[in-house]
Design a binder for this molecule. Structure first.
Ligand code: PHE
Length: 462
């Protein structure tokens, strides 16, 4: 006898869970940094266009495939498009597996910085501390890295183990409001700092002459990562949507929340940096901004009011955002094991979580603690398991998965099949199916194909 499929308890619960998946390190760690690197302004506008013109239609496509079939990604693509499409689903499951294996490591750093900033808040910030050195030491400390990522993996496994409603949805319902509250508090306090005007101008004042083709493709590539698209996370979450819950409305909310959080985080970070005139010291890496420049600025006198209190809160925010994303990654793999191999949820969660952790060990030891793992080089200029995996996922797996999913929804599924999911009486009145179809058939595939061509020609978006 088939067990009844679990569903989200309500549309709000679903939006929280899916927004929790979307909002993550991509918003707090990657987006501010690439905005910095690409000189803000024009890049942000292009990013918003990519989110609206490519991300949103693909979000709807993934959710509709999930809701229609009520199956996780492999079964869903098989049923909605055809048996061979199961392979695309399997590619997505593999992507979830690899992405989770290294994502956990950065998530673990947020736990470390939480603990560290609490100590500094209580005992005072030791003058003359070099945050660059602290970062280097912690990331090269193998046992510490293993402990942090084990802790994070255990939390992820624990939540997915409890299931769709009792685990994933319940955690998102509690964590997301807390995350918003912390972020708003930080945002309000950033408006009181002297650098806020300069930061806002940097982020929102466009200089189109500074924009080149590769920035556009970077914005596009990031819109996949940040919205959790291209690997079946949204197909899987979509498979738990009940028939009376609207895909169009939910997609709009998820995309809107994700974008707002990315922008808020960027405003906060840049305000702090401009207030302290630290523009030159942000460092040439994503890590530099979140784990080196920021902690220092929180504790530097006269930069962030109540900085020593806000600092630990900030790292709680990063940890919560990361956790609601890691659970969605694990769910992709677990739901596959449950649906396709008939393994019970509890067993599937432990087995999949354990298997992924083996690779997390490799990622955790990629920062100098274990020379072979830190220096292995498959892709030129990407030493270490961590960078190798990140490069492969961001450059190859997400764009190719995304291309397959848009073509599936736009060209291989019939008009009736997609229309009946989107236009079912739950959609907002202004929604036009024809516009979605135009974007999913032409705009989105062309844009994603451009990323893939660029990667083949040697571009790098990790
Ligand atoms: N969207 C998440 C982030 O921005 C990452 C993610 C990608 C999560 C794909 C699930 C699936 O951090």
């Amino acid at each position: 006898m088939e067990e009844q499929r679990a569903h989200w308890s309500s549309s709000v619960g679903f939006v929280f869970a899916a927004a929790g998946s979307a909002i993550g390190l991509g918003n707090l760690w990657k987006f501010p940094f690439i905005t910095w690197e690409n000189n803000g302004g024009a890049f942000v506008i292009v990013y918003l266009l990519c989110i609206a013109g490519v991300g949103l239609p693909i979000m709807m496509a993934e959710l509709l495939i999930g809701r229609k079939t009520q199956k996780s990604v492999v079964g869903a693509l098989r049923e909605a498009v055809g048996p061979a499409w199961g392979l695309v689903g399997a590619w997505g499951v593999l992507c979830g597996f690899i992405l989770l294996s290294y994502y956990t490591v950065i998530a673990g750093w947020s736990l470390y910085y939480f603990a560290r900033t609490v100590t500094w808040t209580v005992e005072g910030f030791p003058q003359g501390t070099s945050l660059g050195e602290i970062f280097g030491e912690q990331s090269a400390n193998g046992p510490l890295q293993l402990l942090l990522s084990l802790g994070f993996s255990a939390a992820t496994v624990g939540i997915v183990y409890l299931g769709v409603q009792k685990g994933i949805e319940r955690i998102a319902r509690v964590f997301l409001p807390v995350l918003f509250a912390i972020l708003l508090l930080l945002l309000l306090s950033s408006f009181g700092m002297s650098g806020s005007g300069e930061a806002l101008a940097f982020i929102f004042h466009p200089h189109f002459s500074e924009l080149d083709g590769s920035s556009v493709l970077e914005a596009l590539g990031h819109s996949f990562f940040t919205l959790s698209l291209g690997m079946g996370a949204m197909v899987t979450y979509g498979s738990y949507i009940a028939r009376d819950q609207s895909i169009v409305k939910a997609s709009l909310w998820i995309v809107l929340l994700d974008t707002l959080i990315a922008l808020f985080a960027t405003i906060i970070m840049f305000t702090v940096i401009f207030t302290a005139s630290m523009q030159d010291q942000v460092g040439g890496s994503t890590v530099g901004m979140l784990f080196i420049a920021l902690p220092q600025l929180f504790f530097q006198e006269g930069v962030v009011p109540f900085g020593s209190v806000l600092a630990p809160l900030f790292y709680v925010l990063v940890a919560l955002a990361a956790l609601t994303s890691t659970i969605s990654l694990l769910e992709v793999v677990v739901a596959y094991a449950i649906d396709q191999h008939g393994i019970a949820r509890h067993k599937a969660t432990i087995l999949c979580g354990g298997a992924i952790f083996v690779f997390t060990i490799l990622a955790a030891l990629s920062f100098g603690s274990t020379p072979i793992i830190s220096t292995m080089e498959i892709f030129e200029g990407k030493p270490g398991w961590f960078s190798t995996a990140d490069h492969f996922v961001s450059n190859w797996m997400l764009p190719t998965g995304g291309l397959a999913i848009t073509t599936a929804a736009g060209w291989f599924m019939t008009r009736e099949a997609t229309e009946s999911e989107l236009v079912d009486g739950t959609e907002p009145r202004w929604f036009r199916y024809g516009v979605w179809r135009l974007f999913i058939r032409f705009v989105a595939p062309a844009a994603v194909a451009a990323i893939i061509i660029r990667v083949i020609l040697g571009g790098d978006f990790s």
